[in-house]
Design a protein around this ligand. Structure first.
Ligand code: UT7
Length: 321
């Protein structure tokens, strides 16, 4: 049985960290409101010279180092982003070039906040189909550049960053390390709840993020708890078997409500939204890397990844670390 095994993780954040108090000097908001409604205390904002590709490259390099590999060992890059450096070429090809890779396929996946789940599932399927042996899967975003800084209901929620996994196709045993299963969903009828009001084929401009926050919240809790149960059922596990949940870091209240619905204690949920805010496709690999590096996620742990975002799109993946 071929399984995609996680060999290394890495992450990268912009230089500038902006606290709620600093944000409140520029936007009509308060530290208290942001903390109470979201759990966010600070976010990192990309500055001059920092782009989705540069953050993605830094995260990928860190993941390669963690795996003890070099770019010569890699034959696939899949990068999830909703904030590419350019409309084209794909940011994945820029990362390939910046890492010194040549010839192998590199492409972007666009599924907004659940982009990393889509990218990981795609790379996993390609590895299991024999199309590649070792992949770098990246979530990288600079959402600060598509925020309307006049809209206090959205601009306080997001941050920039990147995270990366290195995965390898291995002939494994049932019960061994690797991605055990994943599920992806989309519901295009809800596109107008969370979207960017521009694009190359419509306005010809990049546009800004627009969101009906309450509606996203409601759908998120329902969709996430149902996809988690779906993945667990398919794999023959119970919620109690999970060692760690690494969720998309949108809002502490969403994480809390989803965990509660599944009967999972918050002690098993990796939370980084307080430090990073919502970094869209970057948030799951970023949070995973933090939890590996601080010693929480250990080899052999059963870990559930999950995310939901614009589209709507959502998904979950279960892996043995
Ligand atoms: O990856 C998915 C991304 N999306 C999400 O995760 C969003 C999910 N939704 C949410 O997290 C919440 O809906 C929000 C945090 C966005 C908003 O919380 P809420 O409890 O749904 O607040 P609300 O939008 O209903 O606004 C309540 C009040 C309003 O004032 P009034 O009309 O009651 O006087 C807003 O104008 O809070 C006001 N408000 C703010 N006040 C201070 C909205 N944004 C702010 C702000 N600072 N930044």
């Amino acid at each position: 049985m071929i399984r995609s095994v996680l060999l290394g993780t890495g992450s990268a954040l912009p230089r500038d960290c902006v606290s709620n108090a600093e944000l409140a000097k520029r936007v009509d908001t308060s530290d208290e409101w942001i903390r109470e409604r979201t759990g966010i205390t600070q976010r990192y904002i990309a500055g001059e010279g920092e782009t989705t590709a540069s953050l993605g490259t830094a995260a990928a390099k860190a993941a390669l180092d963690d795996a003890g590999l070099s770019i010569a060992d890699i034959d696939l890059i899949v990068l999830a982003t909703a904030t590419p450096d350019n409309t084209f070429p794909a940011t994945a090809t820029k990362v390939q070039h910046q890492l010194g890779g040549k010839g192998f396929p590199a492409f972007d996946v666009a599924a907004v906040c659940s982009g990393f789940l889509y990218a990981l599932s795609t790379a996993d399927a390609m590895l299991r189909a024999g199309m590649a042996k070792r992949a770098i899967v990246i979530g990288a975003e600079t959402f600060s550049r598509i925020l309307d800084w006049e809209d206090r209901a959205t601009c306080v929620l997001f941050g920039d960053g990147a995270g990366a996994f290195v995965i390898e196709a291995q002939d494994g045993q049932d019960g061994g390390a690797g991605i055990i299963g994943s599920k992806l969903h989309a519901a295009g009828e809800h596109g107008e709840i969370l979207y960017v009001d521009g694009g190359p084929s419509t306005t010809g401009e990049v546009g800004k993020l627009r969101m009906k926050g309450r509606e996203v919240f409601r759908h998120a809790v329902t969709n996430l708890s149902s996809v988690l149960s779906e993945v667990l059922d398919d794999a023959g596990f119970q919620p109690a078997d999970i060692d760690w949940v690494v969720p998309h870091q949108a809002n502490l209240r969403i994480l809390d409500a989803t965990a509660r619905k599944l009967g999972l204690p918050m002690e098993k949920v990796v939370v980084t939204v307080d430090r990073h805010a919502n970094t869209s496709a970057a948030s799951v690999p970023l949070a995973y890397d933090v939890a590996v590096k601080d010693g929480r996620i250990k080899k052999g742990d059963l870990v559930m990844l999950e995310a939901m975002g614009g589209g709507f799109t959502w998904g979950a993946a279960l892996l043995r670390a």
